[in-house]
Design a protein around this ligand. Structure first.
Ligand code: AMO
Length: 452
């Protein structure tokens, strides 16, 4: 690695020589002194250079100042610096409370322009989201945008901590499949040698396979693909799905308990590590949600929003986005909670693999988790009795023959199990009060976006 000190570590160092490297944020080129704000991935610092605008006239009897040509060249190089160029600076660190930016500065000794930037920056702070996404690598240089992915790292690390501690196994499931794993409506078909393959819409079948394989519990953080033509703030054609599946459960309640535990651990870690930065950049005082999260059966939730004057358009359908917003507002007002589990979805609007209520096949052991007005997850206990599963598949118009490989999992002994899938970018969007998952996805993919 090239030697350098990260800007965030300068504060702890005594005055003395340092080497730093980063991007030119601004240059203030005054006659006698030049200021460069240098930003690396950890922060920004002021670099000062006493300017030498021309070589001093030789004075008779005095030796010429041998450092002058180099100082003149450095002054000229700073005057010519473009915003965004990557530079390496050596100099003297000096702590000085009067310096607004972090109470320290680096007095420049040498400057190396490692990689020049085009002087015309194609995006500005007020550029449209679409334009910013066109230039995503420049957009992500903004500390606020980069912070989102630091937070995501902390969040996922905390979830992994819970999973690993419980002995769950991390798996990577194939994204090329021979059949659909969710509704056929949103399926990407790709040429596959002489035939066709489909991009995985979720790891659903494979996470259940791991239960049949005796793994006990698994998790996966990986891509999922949906050929969804919509342009909403919450839909992508490719997204990162956080999935888990556990065996030997009594009902979906066990899945919800794990779901809560994971989220609380994730929020605890994020609040502890980034609470102040989130406040600074997003103006949000993030709090750790309390357990248990409120639970409301879907039918009751629809009744509640109806009583508040909003009738979900189709009585036999899922909550629509407005219904989700309204039930969230109700839960916030009534329970002071940002999360709500909507439970007991009708079998008619759930996939064939959801287990139905004992004694009332019209309802499923399933839930959606709503966070600040938007669905972030679906979870359920799965049907593990193969005869029931076949009947449910047929009822949904699926051909059991096409599902043979999946149905086989249930013909050789499989424990009762369940799990959930959660859209990572949605969680981040709602946590940080962002307006779209385009902001919280490293590289967004939508119907009209395949670049960069
Ligand atoms: P579902 O289809 O509800 O369930 O997806 C789970 C979660 O994934 C996210 N999500 C999306 N995010 C961005 N763009 C999309 N187009 C998109 N579609 C879904 C949402 C959603 O709640 N196999 C089940 C999960 C399970 O039961 O384990 C499933 O895929 O946050």
């Amino acid at each position: 690695m090239n030697e350098r000190t990260l800007v965030k570590n300068l504060a702890a160092l005594p005055d003395g020589p340092v080497t730093i490297a980063g991007w030119v944020e601004t240059v203030r080129d005054q006659k006698k002194v030049q200021f460069v704000i240098l930003r690396d991935e950890s922060g920004a610092v002021q670099v000062v250079n006493p300017a030498l605008r021309e070589l001093p006239e030789p004075v008779e009897g005095e030796a010429a100042d041998e450092t002058a040509p180099a100082r003149l060249a450095t002054t000229e190089a700073i005057s010519a610096l473009a915003h965004g160029s990557f530079i390496r600076v050596t100099g003297e660190l000096k702590h000085d409370e009067r310096v607004k930016l972090g109470g320290l500065e680096v007095k420049l000794a040498t400057l190396e322009v490692v990689s020049e930037s085009n002087p015309e920056t194609p995006i500005a702070a007020d550029s449209s989201l679409d334009k910013r996404l066109d230039w995503r690598f420049l957009d992500l240089r903004n500390p606020k945008q980069a912070l989102i992915f630091r937070i995501q790292t902390t969040f996922l690390h905390a979830l992994r901590g819970v999973w690993v501690e419980k002995g769950l196994i991390e798996i990577q499931t194939p994204k090329l499949m021979a059949s659909a794993s969710e509704s056929r409506a949103e399926l990407f078909e790709v040429d596959y040698f002489e035939g066709k393959a489909y991009l995985a819409q979720s790891p659903q079948f494979f996470k259940q396979m791991a239960q049949a394989a005796g793994f006990g519990g698994i998790f996966e953080v990986g891509p999922a693909f949906r050929a969804d033509p919509s342009f909403t703030s919450r839909h992508a054609t490719e997204f990162t799905s956080v999935d888990t599946e556990i065996s030997w459960i009594d009902s979906h309640e066990d899945v919800m308990a794990l779901h809560e535990e994971l989220l609380v651990a994730g929020f605890e870690a994020v609040v502890a590590k980034h609470g102040a930065e989130i406040q600074e950049h997003f103006g949000i005082e993030l709090a750790v949600p309390s357990r248990p999260f409120p639970r409301i059966p879907l039918a009751e939730a629809k009744q509640i929003v109806a009583d508040h004057g909003y009738v979900v358009p189709r009585a036999d359908a899922d909550m629509d986005p407005e219904g989700e917003r309204q039930i969230s507002a109700y839960v916030k007002e009534t329970f002071g909670h940002d999360f709500v589990f909507l439970t007991d979805y009708a079998s008619s609007i759930r996939p064939f693999y959801h287990m139905r209520h004992e004694g009332d096949a019209s309802l499923t052991n399933s839930y959606d988790l709503i966070y600040n007005g938007v669905e972030i997850s679906t979870g359920a206990q799965r049907e593990h009795r193969v005869d029931v599963l076949v009947e449910q598949a047929k009822e949904k118009g699926l051909d059991p023959e096409e599902l043979e490989f999946y149905l086989d999992f249930f013909r050789f002994g499989v424990p009762p199990h369940g799990g959930f899938g959660m859209g990572l970018a949605r969680v981040l969007m709602l946590m940080l009060g962002e307006s779209s998952i385009r902001e919280t996805t490293f590289l967004f993919r939508g119907p009209t976006r395949l670049l960069p």
